[in-house]
Design a protein around this ligand. Structure first.
Ligand code: MEV
Length: 321
């Protein structure tokens, strides 16, 4: 069984598409996949009712599968890939990248191909390009590697050692968001106002660099402030929504050290940083009254992973489009 993790971007989304750094954490939930010999190449995703041949042009998952298979020798056996998806799509949690990494891993396992996590993350960008057009690669790198890390396009992932684990609350706005469309919307703003948008990205990059230091120093209060500032800069790019604002406000009122949208924005999820696991649970209880899906996660614990508790309804959301 192969696994691709979900992720949260702690700081730095969008700027990362333009070569700036982002700080991200892998999640303990994601996508599991396995591949078995078959007469034809088929992809099956039971929760979504998908059973599609690789040449099915109407099925996005089949297109992703075809893009991945292109890189393998044509003499290979035909494969049926079954995926089990634990993440909502269109939520900013990296569902699509986790699918790509899991499917690549499953094929590699079936064919006895060895690849490092870095290589798998890079290879599976083929899948991501089908869904997202211009991905920075952060989601794939995190889906394959996990932990907390600093990502910069074209550079090796830099693992970041957290002095203290980061108690996080994740809450879904209930609004689905298309990363492809949102990245294109930001690109239009960048084209129209390169100086203003460039300054926003510079500002975010400096927050990311400071956030890395705060994570390494275990200074959660500073990290929370940096997350708030990052959210304000993302809002200046029109990436927040009323529902995301309401969730961030409620989290701060419930004692969060900081809160921001995560991933592409314009819907999807927000994250809040708590001072302790117990406080994270209390914030989650408050947000659960406003959100259809809330999770508590701990990034950078002993195994440098994110462990999730009490994921509610995470299979109910749609698949990537
Ligand atoms: C999506 O998780 C993060 C974005 O920065 C897009 C990308 O990096 O490809 C919005």
């Amino acid at each position: 069984m192969a696994f691709g993790r979900g992720k949260v971007i702690l700081l730095g989304e969008h700027g990362v598409v333009y070569g700036h750094p982002a700080l991200a954490a892998g999640l303990g939930v994601g996508v599991h996949a396995r591949a078995v010999a078959s007469d034809v190449d088929v992809i099956e995703a039971r929760p979504w009712g998908v059973f599609a041949r690789v040449d099915d042009d109407d099925e996005p998952l089949a297109k992703g599968y075809a893009a991945i298979l292109e890189g393998y020798p044509s003499t290979r056996p035909r494969l049926r890939v079954e995926v089990d998806v634990e993440l909502p799509g269109g939520a900013g949690l990296g569902c699509s990248a986790a699918l790509g990494v899991a499917v690549t891993g499953a094929i590699d396992e079936a064919l006895g191909i060895e690849r490092s996590a870095t290589e798998r993350g890079e290879y599976s960008l083929r899948w991501e390009r089908v869904f997202h057009g211009n991905p920075s690669g952060v989601d794939n790198a995190m889906a394959a590697a996990g932990g907390i890390a600093l990502f910069r396009k074209g550079h090796p992932l830099e693992p970041v050692r957290a002095r203290r684990p980061l108690p996080l609350v994740i809450a879904h706005s209930g609004e689905s968001s298309s990363t492809k469309e949102v990245v294109a919307m930001v690109a239009r703003q960048h084209e129209k106002e390169p100086a203003r948008v460039g300054e926003v990205f510079e500002g975010i990059a400096s927050l990311v660099r400071n956030a890395r230091l705060a994570v390494e120093a275990g200074d959660l209060a500073a990290l929370g402030q940096l997350m708030d500032m990052n959210h304000a800069l993302l809002s200046a790019l029109m990436l927040s929504t009323e529902q995301l604002e309401a969730l961030c406000r409620a989290a701060r009122e419930a004692g969060a050290l900081g809160a921001k949208l995560t991933g592409a924005g314009a819907g999807g999820c927000m994250i809040a940083l708590a001072a302790s696991r117990a406080q994270a649970e209390a914030i989650r209880a408050r947000l659960a009254t406003l959100s259809p899906l809330t999770l508590v996660a701990e990034a950078g614990g002993l195994d440098e992973d994110v462990m999730l508790a009490d994921a509610e309804g995470r299979r109910e959301e749609g698949k990537p489009e």
